[in-house]
Design a protein around this ligand. Structure first.
Ligand code: FES
Length: 578
């Protein structure tokens, strides 16, 4: 390989290589940790950003995996430094990990900037950890490789295969409808998550780790390996080995990210019928790299891309089956010309070269293009007077008869209002109504996964399992239903969603990509003039920072001051001598 860096050109040389008092301090403190000078001198320093935590069940194996990453780094002649960073634990963090995605992205970037990192291994997987780590690494633009946590094993209860999230929603609805016993519900609770790893449905985690691989940030095939498989540990060691070479080669995120590689990520997300959350995350990632990805590009790509992954919630199987069937490499190879194989990846080869020889071993799990799960449009972008800047829906996850529907709005002003009234027998509602949730967007609430509003109990008991629901919230990638999400601009900043009143008619027309509030222009203008800006939710701290700077869903919900270009200088100051 030509143009390899020299030891003197390493960024860490500024910390370790100079012959001055400051470098003396760095070396003496490294000696304090038990290292001999020859163990690190002249070697690439590899930061490992580890999102392990005792409160993150998707990353429990990272305590061990980080040792395997280090093993690889040592063997390749690097010097590993584990840097714990905040975990974003989807099942536990309130009100939503989305509120903190940008916090972790900032932390990742600043950890790399302020310490002597030459390259970085990013350890993530649980939903927001993947985009957050990548966003920070893209902004810092040091050689970076992603270690995906891998999906957990299939759930199993009384011989029934259970999928994360999707089957929780399904059985919860049956419990509320009275068709599942509390004892069975408890059985599901103990059986649905039975190994380390992220959700094994095609939720946000599986979608985003696959997008990371399609962008070129993982070694080939690694996003599909189940966390509990011994090949996952082997992958960790290989990832550690590879990052050392990437430093010498100076292979950076800016070498991987192009408009075409971002299109590959979008194509991957829609071919998987992936989580709608991937829309905000991939837009945010792309814009960190200066690539102006839009909602409309998602719609264009979805229209031409078949769904080949038969994975819940859109399909029938789970990620473990997907891995055995050939994994992401099999799926990307089957997509053929829809994927631009000329794009570079972390192993220095192109995506196309990495897909050579990929096979499908079960073409019910990974469908052939001649027999797709859906012909196209696993995602649709809607516009109209209710969502001038766009909204999204996953048509394949909805009951088909609801995709063209006009109904009477039943409006909830916020989550608490919805929780208090949704099961009230006095609620004036039937299955033709449209449930509307306001003030759940990025500024108003941090954009939690409230967009799959529950079906009112009295309708569940009638057998209703899907209704049109509209909000400025997100929904879990493991969810399903006729849920219109990410309405922009959001209600909290005066978007038209704030103007809807119970009793208004709303028109949804997915084939024509329309979402309209059927009131007169005069009435629309009257309500807009009467709109009063809600009081700020946060008066201090991170919440106030988020509220002041988060952008709308169609722009990826990044902070305005992080998305725009500009330079953060390398520190010219020096740490204190102690
Ligand atoms: Fe971590 Fe679903 S809870 S990925």
């Amino acid at each position: 390989m030509t143009n390899r860096k020299t030891a003197e050109e390493l960024r860490s040389h500024r910390w370790y290589g100079a012959n001055d008092l400051r470098s003396f301090g760095h070396r003496s403190r490294t000696a304090q940790m038990g290292y001999n000078r020859e163990e690190y001198a002249g070697k690439p320093v590899i930061a490992i950003l580890n999102t392990w935590s005792e409160i993150n069940p998707c990353h429990t194996h990272f305590r061990q995996r980080v040792e395997e990453v280090k093993r690889g780094i040592w063997q390749a002649g690097g010097f590993p430094i584990e840097l714990p960073v905040q975990t974003l634990s989807e099942p536990f963090q309130k009100p939503t990990t989305m509120l903190y995605r940008n916090f972790l992205a900032m932390e990742a970037e600043e950890m790399l900037r302020s310490y002597p990192a030459d390259g970085v291994v990013l350890m993530g997987g649980c939903d927001k950890t993947t985009p957050a780590l990548l966003m920070g690494a893209i902004s810092m633009d040091l050689p970076a490789i992603f270690l995906p946590a891998g999906p957990m094993l299939r759930g199993n209860w009384n011989g029934v295969t259970l999928g994360s999230g999707s089957d929780s929603w399904r059985y919860w609805a049956e419990l509320r409808a009275g068709t599942l016993t509390p004892e069975d519900w408890q059985g599901v609770e103990g059986s649905i998550a039975r190994s380390p790893g992220h959700c094994m449905t095609m939720g946000t985690a599986s979608t985003m780790t696959s997008a990371a691989e399609a962008l070129g940030f993982t070694l080939p095939g690694f996003a599909s390996i189940p966390a509990a498989d011994s090949r996952h540990a082997q992958m960790a060691a290989k990832t550690g080995m590879r990052i050392v070479e990437m430093v010498w080669e100076d292979l950076k995120p800016s070498d991987l990210l192009t408009a075409a590689s971002v299109d590959n990520a979008v194509t991957t997300c829609v071919a998987l019928s992936g989580s709608t959350n991937s829309v905000v995350h991939v837009i945010a990632l792309a814009r960190r790299a200066g690539i102006a990805l839009t909602l409309d590009r998602f719609d264009q790509i979805a229209r031409r891309t078949p769904v080949l992954a038969n994975i819940r919630p859109t399909g029938a199987y789970l990620m473990e089956d997907f891995f055995y069937a050939g994994g992401l490499r099999g799926l990307l190879a089957e997509l053929g010309e829809l994927i631009d194989g000329s794009q570079k990846t972390v192993n220095g080869r192109t995506l196309g070269e990495n897909l050579a020889g990929a096979q499908i071993f079960n073409d019910d799990v990974i469908r052939r293009r001649t027999n797709p799960l859906l012909r196209d449009s696993s995602l649709a972008v809607l516009r109209g007077n209710l969502a001038p800047d766009g909204a999204v829906i996953k048509p394949g996850a909805a009951e088909p008869h609801l995709l063209v529907h006009t109904g009477r709005a039943v409006v909830f002003s916020d989550y608490n209002d919805m929780a208090a009234r949704i099961d009230d027998d006095a609620l004036d509602i039937d299955e033709s109504c449209v449930l509307v949730l306001q003030h759940a967007g990025p500024v108003g609430a941090g954009m939690p996964e409230w967009g799959q509003l529950p079906i009112p109990r009295k309708l569940l008991q009638k057998g209703v399992r899907d209704m049109v629901r509209i909000s400025d919230a997100r929904m879990s990638g493991t969810s399903y239903g006729a849920c219109v999400l990410h309405v922009a601009p959001e209600a909290f900043v005066g978007g038209p969603l704030a103007l809807v009143r119970s009793g208004d008619l709303i028109e949804l027309d997915v084939p024509r990509r329309r979402l309209n509030l059927l009131i007169s222009d005069e009435e629309f203008a009257r309500r807009k003039a009467a709109w009063v800006k809600p009081a700020a939710r946060f008066e201090r701290g991170y919440g106030a920072l988020h509220q002041a700077h988060v952008m709308q869903a169609d722009q990826g919900c990044d902070f305005d001051f992080l998305q725009r270009g500009g330079v953060s200088p390398e520190s010219s100051g020096e740490p204190e001598i102690h």
